[in-house]
Every structure is written in structure tokens, then in C-alpha cells.
Design a protein around this ligand. Structure first.
Ligand code: SF4
Ligand code: SF4
Ligand code: FES
Length: 238
């Protein structure tokens, strides 16, 4: 029979964006492969239906369950109890919302506000190249493919932005930079100049301090800092 752990969850509670957080403690028993979203759901079912948090896919693909767990931005749907205990060396966990946007309630942040910075870089093809006359496809150089595949795995969970030491007021953030850098790499995108203007604007890559915190916390293991470093050096493999 698998081990049962006695966990203490200390959760930041707020009724609105203007509230000062109050930290509420929940004691809960859990098996080793329960995920943190399962713990929160169990609290809702058995102790406190008012505790508010967010999730959607619960499969590491949408980014809506991101939160700070013992100060580290993470996906609550991917973190197993046994892994959390091994990672932090404790069975006590403090759960807080990401600080990249106003809190709506408890662990839920205003995702529209968070997405404003990503949307500002136009995370889509601005001016698509027309289909070629001989082949209806655009091929990417194999040297660039590695970068392209890596960058397009981003799920906009904002864990990197939360961990970034550069000010959220002055820097668009690592995932917004990645969203526009990936379109520089995209052979279908013709509008590179507008992208370069964003990348090298006063809210762009030169705000980065090369701490690599973004790469360290990314749940998709994207080396975000590498993309930003390449852009800072003026080298993007177009
Ligand atoms: S780069 Fe990684 S941490 Fe940042 S938003 Fe994308 S998936 Fe999340
Ligand atoms: S490497 Fe740059 S973008 Fe990444 S966390 Fe550090 S300062 Fe932020
Ligand atoms: S709920 Fe979708 S990534 Fe966690």
C-alpha cells in the first residue's frame, strides 16, 4: 500500500485585487501521486468550497493552473505530492498567485491583463508570405528548426515572467519576447521589421539581466534565456 502523507497547505486568500492577502492553513492527507490540483479540489470538496483557483486542461498544456508553490512558479496540475516533497524537502507548502497581473480572488489572476503584454507583440503571423508557385509549402532551414520547435512549445503559463527579476513595468517579459522571436524564425512571416522594433524597444530584450531564472522554472523546459541572449547579440537565425 502506498504511503499517505500529512500535508500542510498555507494558501494566500484575497477577496479582490485590493485586499492584503491573509494566509489560511489547511491540513490534508494525500497519496504520493496526487497532484496539487487534486489537493485543491479535495479542499473544495471536504473543507472549504470558497477556496478559488484555476485549471483547465489539467495536462500541462494550457497554463491556467500556474501559481507559486514555495515561491517557485509552477503548474499545479503537473506537480505530484511525492515530487514536491522531494523537491522542497518539506510537507508544508505555501501557495500564492503569480504576481504578473492583479488577483481576481485567492489563486486566480486576471489572465486578460497578463496576456496584454503577449498580445502587444502580435503573437501571430502579421503578414504571411503567399504560397509558392511550385510548392504550396514554406520550408524552414534545418538549422532553424530546433529553435522553432523549441519556441513553439510555449504554453504561456507565465511562470517565466513571474520568476523574471526584470521589472514587469518596464519589460514585456520572457514569454512575450519568445512569442515575437518565434515569428522572426518563421519563414512564413514577412513583417520582420515591426518585430525587431519590439524586440529592441525600451521594453525589449535589453531589459533582461541574463539571470536565467526563466529557463530554470519553465515547465516545458524551454531555454528562454538562450533566445533572449541570441536576440541581444543581434543574432537570430532567420
Ligand atoms: S516559456 Fe515556458 S515558462 Fe514561459 S510562458 Fe512559455 S511555457 Fe511558460
Ligand atoms: S534571463 Fe532575462 S528574461 Fe530570463 S528571467 Fe532573467 S532577466 Fe528575466
Ligand atoms: S491546467 Fe492546463 S496546464 Fe495545468
Amino acid at each position: 500500500m502506498s504511503e499517505i502523507y500529512n500535508l500542510t497547505l498555507i494558501i494566500a486568500r484575497r477577496d479582490s485585487a485590493d485586499d492584503t492577502p491573509r494566509y489560511q492553513t489547511y491540513e490534508i492527507q494525500a497519496g504520493p501521486i496526487m497532484r496539487f490540483v487534486d489537493l485543491l479540489r479535495t479542499i473544495n470538496d471536504e473543507q472549504d468550497p470558497t477556496l478559488t483557483w484555476n485549471s483547465s486542461c489539467e495536462h500541462g498544456q494550457c497554463g491556467t493552473c500556474s501559481m507559486k508553490i514555495n515561491a517557485r512558479p509552477m503548474l499545479a496540475c503537473e506537480l505530484l505530492v511525492e515530487n514536491a516533497i522531494a523537491m522542497f524537502g518539506t510537507s508544508t507548502f505555501t501557495l500564492e498567485p503569480l504576481e504578473i497581473a492583479p488577483v481576481v480572488r485567492d489563486l486566480v489572476i486576471d489572465s486578460d491583463a497578463a496576456y496584454e503584454r503577449v498580445n502587444s507583440v502580435k503573437p501571430y503571423i502579421i503578414e504571411p508570405l503567399p504560397p509558392g508557385s511550385e510548392a504550396e509549402e514554406h520550408q524552414i532551414n534545418p538549422d532553424q528548426l530546433e529553435y522553432y520547435v523549441d519556441a513553439t512549445r510555449c504554453i504561456n503559463c507565465f511562470c517565466c515572467s513571474s520568476a523574471c527579476i526584470s521589472s514587469h513595468r518596464t519589460f514585456l517579459g520572457p514569454n512575450a519576447m519568445l512569442a515575437t522571436i518565434v515569428r522572426v524564425l518563421d519563414p512564413r512571416e514577412q513583417e520582420k521589421e515591426e518585430r525587431y522594433r519590439k524586440i529592441y524597444s525600451d521594453q525589449g530584450v535589453y531589459r533582461c539581466h541574463t539571470s536565467k531564472a526563466c529557463s530554470h522554472v519553465c515547465p516545458k523546459e524551454i531555454d528562454v534565456a538562450r533566445f533572449i541572449a541570441l536576440a541581444k547579440k543581434g543574432f537570430l537565425p532567420e
